[in-house]
Unconditional design. Structure first.
Length: 95
């Protein structure tokens, strides 16, 4: 009978992508989101849906912007990227 023993002594280096993820979020993703809101297009470049008549009436009544996804501008200004732990960059909007 043949006996085989396999030992796995491979050690992989610790890879940290935190800085890369933060750069991607701050230099690409967040500016793209803001630009898309300004241009009234979705992430795939298609136009945002029109506002419902009730939403238009509400916005007029309250002196808000008639553009989709814009009322006060708070959402547009709220996109952030934050470091959470060693390996994770969290992108979100807060407010």
């Amino acid at each position: 009978m043949i006996s085989v023993s396999i030992k796995n002594n491979i050690s992989f280096p610790k890879l940290l992508f935190q800085e890369d993820l933060m750069n991607i979020a701050n230099k690409i993703f967040i500016p793209t989101m803001v630009q898309n809101i300004d241009n009234q297009v979705s992430l795939d470049g298609s136009p945002l849906p029109s506002l419902e008549p009730s939403t238009i009436k509400y916005k007029i009544r309250n002196g808000l912007s008639l553009e989709t996804l814009i009322a006060t501008g708070k959402l547009r200004r709220s996109f952030t990227a934050q470091e959470k732990g060693e390996y994770i960059a969290v992108f979100g909007f807060y407010g």
